[in-house]
Design a protein around this ligand. Structure first.
Ligand code: UD1
Ligand code: UDP
Length: 366
């Protein structure tokens, strides 16, 4: 079996890491194809270094741009590499433009596609991620659904049951594997002047939230309200998309501490010791649930209803008073919910399924 892993953004690197490390352990023949969608050190290289991942064999360096431009450049570059390498299977993860380009390029070359984190749906087609995940799922031959709910969604969309595997989400594997290492980073709390369980953590980066001045202003106002009402600092590691927009819209948030995007260990540590997290991130909704930290999601829908169902997460939208009200509700939580996202063995399960389908022969050619 020869596998091509296609990735390009922060969450893909983190969520692919358990699979990559399992391939390394077993000596499977695989290579990483990086689209270059994320390229800043703090969104890309830092995760390869920290997670101990090997270099990508290819980096297409597509960089930023409009959806069509970025996805189009990726398609051209990925097709070229796949033709040269002829892998037995291509793996994509999640719902980014890299995910879509990888799945589409491969399926058109008749190379089987495995989609890790298949079957998530927000049913909001205005989100670029919804289009990406829907199309990636329908290009795929192997659909690795993180939960039973995701499996059901795929089956209801007509995907044959024998292509769907409920594996758990690799985000759990990555978190379990790295939390102890993150604990060694405790100095990050004192460096930021934070006390355990006496601060709020925020992340906002989604296109629909940050690209519109009014929406972003409302969210920042909500964070200010939360800071004023509860008196805890609000720490916000700012994604470059949000940083660019704040600058462009001349927004100078009050009651919020803006910091650079964090490395994975430092971010996990802040998540673990936050009193509560306010976010529009998909991965952060999952991680807070696993860490038993209450989460307020600054959106009107989510493709991760499992966290809402167990009570670790609540949808607040973007109106400042609603953000305040939902924060108040979540602060009363006992935080004793079960983790619906898996047992931390999703990566090895996925690799086992791949070996069953494509055989273990062709171990890495040195
Ligand atoms: C992308 C994904 C989103 C995912 C997020 C993870 C799509 C459509 N969106 O959003 O689903 O949640 O990654 O973080 O694929 N920029 C930099 N440095 C970088 C990368 C981007 O400064 O390394 C800036 C550029 O100004 C760029 C902007 O961020 O225009 C947006 O980057 P882009 O990759 O288009 O989307 P993300 O918002 O990162
Ligand atoms: N993350 C990080 N540093 C940060 C913010 C997030 O390491 O400053 C990690 C976080 O632990 C999670 C992932 O990035 O695993 C989430 O990525 P992001 O929010 O960018 O994307 P999404 O999950 O929304 O697609």
């Amino acid at each position: 079996m020869k596998v091509s892993i296609i990735l390009g953004t922060r969450p893909e690197i983190i969520k692919f890491s358990p699979i990559i490390l399992e391939f390394e352990r077993l000596g499977i023949d695989y290579f990483i194809l990086h689209s270059g969608q994320h390229y800043s050190y703090s969104l890309d290289r830092v995760f390869f270094e920290q997670l101990g991942l090997p270099e990508a064999r290819y980096n297409l360096d597509v960089g930023s741009g409009s959806h069509g431009l970025q996805t189009g450049k990726m398609l051209i570059g990925i097709e070229d590499v796949l033709k040269r390498e002829s892998p037995d299977v291509v793996l994509v993860q999640g719902d980014t433009n890299t995910t879509l380009a990888g799945a589409l390029a491969a399926v058109k070359l008749h190379i089987p596609v495995g989609h890790v984190e298949a079957g998530l749906r927000s049913y909001d087609r205005s989100m670029p991620e919804e289009i990406n995940r829907l199309l990636a799922d329908h290009c795929s031959d192997l659909l690795f659904a993180p939960t039973e709910k995701a499996r059901q969604i795929l089956a209801e969309e007509g995907i044959p049951e024998d292509r769907i595997f409920v594996t758990g989400n690799t985000v759990v594997d990555a978190l379990y594997r790295n939390l102890r290492l993150a604990e060694d980073r405790r100095e990050v709390l004192s460096r930021l002047g934070l006390k355990e369980h006496e601060f709020f953590l925020a992340t906002i980066h989604r296109q629909e939230n940050v690209d519109e001045k009014e929406r972003l202003s409302k969210i920042l106002c909500g964070l200010k309200f939360v800071n004023e009402r509860f008196g805890f600092p609000v720490v916000y590691p700012v994604h470059p998309r949000a940083a660019k927009r704040m600058k462009q819209f001349c927004l100078k948030p009050k009651g919020v501490r803006l910091i650079e995007p964090l490395d994975y260990f430092s971010f996990l540590l802040l998540e673990k010791y936050a009193r509560l997290v306010l976010t529009d991130s998909g991965g952060v909704q999952e991680e807070t649930c696993i860490l038993h930290v209450p989460c307020v999601t600054l959106r009107y829908n989510t493709e991760r209803p499992e966290a809402l169902e167990v009570g670790s997460n609540i949808l607040a939208g973007i109106e400042p008073n609603n953000i305040l009200e939902k924060t108040e509700i979540m602060l009363k939580s006992k935080c004793d919910w079960p983790n619906p996202f898996g047992d931390g063995k999703a990566g090895s399960r996925i690799v086992r399924i791949l070996i069953e389908k494509f055989g273990e022969t062709n171990l890495r050619r040195h």
